[in-house]
Design a protein around this ligand. Structure first.
Ligand code: ZN
Ligand code: FE
Ligand code: FE
Ligand code: ZN
Length: 273
């Protein structure tokens, strides 16, 4: 199967909750005929004191230079496929300058901005699921997407990861989310960031691609570039369900997808499958 697509959301065992060697991820991309693969492992939890960081959530701080070197070395070993250097970084309000300093020394192709924390609550972590009960879901959505908009506006990120991950466990807004989605898309447009169409949601309780069809259609309408990611945490997940991601993109009105190199964007027409 040749898909002509790039998978930009791939983790490595450095993050403490993914498995397989980096070579195995690349081999899987080659076997699928992907056009590119990009690693985007979890940056260390830079806003938490080192001794209090959960080692099962992200790479250790001292691993960052080695992570970058590993990706660069893989490029030499596999010249037949572009291997992009990406990162998945958390957005934490007030910690923008810390993150900027961490990112500056490295030759990123792209940096994902992801929201996994509301305050200290790791809301996408099944261990802390009972905290959803404390929220009105519509209020939670407004709060979550407020963070997404703020993250985009920092200019620190190239692409927003799993755009509506707040739905991961099946929490859906009670009312019509059209206005909220319109505001989110306008903010992303103004910030000049791209979004990720992530197949990870298909493997979670919600059973739906991130973002939801209505949100993706609004992003398409406002001309926001979209990239593709599997959020692989094991080699077999590379490029998984990309046929469905393509369908979602087309249904939303997209004609192209976005590629990154050295933090510059390049549009690529969607392939016919
Ligand atoms: Zn992860
Ligand atoms: Fe994430
Ligand atoms: Fe991820
Ligand atoms: Zn992720």
């Amino acid at each position: 199967m040749r898909t002509d697509l790039a998978d930009y959301h791939v983790h490595t065992s450095r993050c403490g909750h993914a498995e397989g060697t980096m070579e195995e991820y690349v081999e899987q991309a080659l076997a699928l005929g992907l056009a590119e693969i990009g690693f985007s492992d979890h940056l260390h939890l830079y806003w938490i004191p080192q001794e209090e960081r959960d080692p099962g959530l992200a790479m250790a701080e001292e691993e960052l230079p080695r992570y970058v070197e590993s990706v660069l070395r893989l490029r030499e070993r596999y010249p037949q496929i572009p291997i992009r250097l990406g990162l998945e970084a958390d957005y934490i309000p007030g910690k923008e300058e810390t993150l900027r300093r961490i990112l500056t020394p490295y030759p990123w192709d792209y940096v994902y901005g992801s929201i996994h924390f509301i305050g200290e609550w790791g809301f996408d972590d099944p261990r802390y699921m009972e905290r959803y009960n404390r929220w009105d879901v519509d209020e939670l959505y407004r709060h979550y997407f407020g963070l997404v908009k703020d993250a985009a506006a920092t200019g620190l990120f190239d692409i927003m990861g799993h755009l509506d991950v707040v739905k991961k466990f099946g929490h859906r807004p009670a009312g019509d989310a059209t206005e909220l989605y319109r505001e989110v898309a306008s903010a992303l447009k103004a910030a000049g960031v791209a979004i990720e169409v992530s197949t990870a949601g298909l493997r979670k309780p919600v059973g739906e691609i991130y973002p939801a069809p209505a949100l993706l259609a609004e992003c398409a309408r406002q001309g926001i570039p979209a990239g593709l990611g599997s959020d692989s945490h094991r080699p077999a997940e590379v490029g998984i369900h990309f046929d469905r991601a393509l369908e979602a993109l087309r249904a939303a009105g997209y004609r192209e997808t976005v590629r990154f190199e050295a933090r510059r964007r390049r549009p690529v027409p969607l392939p016919f499958l």
